[in-house]
Design a protein around this ligand. Structure first.
Ligand code: CP
Length: 332
């Protein structure tokens, strides 16, 4: 009899998600959140994956992705192990990253990884697919490349914000900041190609414009977008503004310091230019590109956005392990 291995559901790139999947994840996340309202509901969630173990391999700094995944695991009853610094693992003794990750797969049922290396998650997923324990890989941020679970939580936040305004279809999203090296920009832009008549305005200094590869992908997908260095004009016409920080951790020789990004800082005085119904998002962490004084404005959604990340990741874990079927969903 042929030995057919079935590959698990890896989460590697936002390009793997289609509209039905995104709509389903939004409904699933909404439904799971209702369990948070009672002790019985939370106990039910804790039983869903109490037989599973997760490895959190985060060798690039993280606060909210790490903690929200760790907490999401706790919510569904999973036990977690972690490595946050490869110098404390046998990589220090010369073990290859491939062997390290294969070792994790001997002990756990899923590997959630953040890495500075673009494409590493894909490589590890392919490698594990050829082994006897092809555990799922979740890309929790891979260098300047991709951050697919951030994009999922961003879509969930946009969807909730526009629930009484026809959803994400037809909306204009302005993305601001370091668009060249911002992985959240790349992953979210790609997801927006799944929506109808959605438009993106990319507002950045010339040095931080989106890369040619993303530009070409968006053109091929037929998504309407424009690039500008006039932030104020863009803000007047936007339904959502998505602010990002300068990703200077990817500088080769301090080049970020030579770019004047200050014209792309969202300040309190910009609020009066924006629609009353607009939403303000940021993947966080922030520096000075997002004025603290904006936090009190009802349009600021970034604190909600990071909490949404935890629930979106709970939903994703249930989907990967097939226990989403134990959540009673409303008719789609
Ligand atoms: N948004 C995000 O990825 O934040 P962290 O780097 O804190 O995980």
């Amino acid at each position: 009899m042929e030995d057919r291995k079935v590959s698990p559901l890896h989460i590697l790139s936002s390009s793997q998600f289609d509209r039905p999947f995104l709509d389903y994840m939004c409904v699933l996340t909404d439904t799971i959140r209702r369990f948070d309202k009672s002790k019985e509901g939370l106990m039910y969630l804790q039983g869903l994956l109490a037989h599973k173990r997760a490895m959190l391999y985060f060798t690039q700094p993280s606060t909210r992705t790490f903690l929200s995944f760790q907490t999401a695991c706790q919510i569904v009853g999973m036990k977690t192990n972690e490595i946050r610094d490869s110098s404390t693992s046998s990589e220090r003794k010369g073990e290859s990253i491939e062997d390290s990750l294969r070792t994790f797969s001997s002990y756990v049922d899923i590997i959630i990884m953040r890495t500075p290396v673009p494409g590493l998650c894909d490589r590890i997923a392919s490698l594990l697919n050829e082994t006897d324990r092809p555990v799922p890989i979740i890309n929790a941020g891979s260098g300047p490349d991709e951050h697919p679970t951030q994009a999922l939580l961003d879509i969930y936040t946009l969807n909730r914000s526009f629930i009484r305004q026809g959803g994400i279809d037809g909306k204009t999203i302005t993305m601001v900041g370091d668009l060249k090296r911002g992985r959240t920009i790349r992953s979210l832009s790609w997801l927006l190609t799944n929506y109808t008549d959605t438009r993106i305005i990319f507002a950045s200094p010339p040095e931080f414009r989106i890369g040619d590869d993303l530009r070409q992908k968006l053109v091929a997908k037929g998504l309407r977008f424009e690039e500008t260095d006039q932030l104020e004009d863009a803000l007047r016409n936007t339904d959502a503004v998505y602010v990002t920080r300068v990703q200077d951790e990817y500088d080769q020789a301090g080049e970020s310091k030579k770019v004047d990004s200050s014209r792309f800082h969202l300040k309190h005085h910009h609020l009066k230019l924006m629609k009353e119904s607009a939403v303000i998002m940021h993947p966080l962490p922030r520096r000075d590109e997002l004025d603290l004084a904006i936090d009190a404005d009802p349009r600021a959604k970034y604190w909600r956005q990071e909490r949404n990340g935890m629930w979106t990741r709970v939903a994703l874990l249930t989907k990967i392990f097939g226990v989403d079927r134990k959540i009673v969903l409303p008719e789609l």
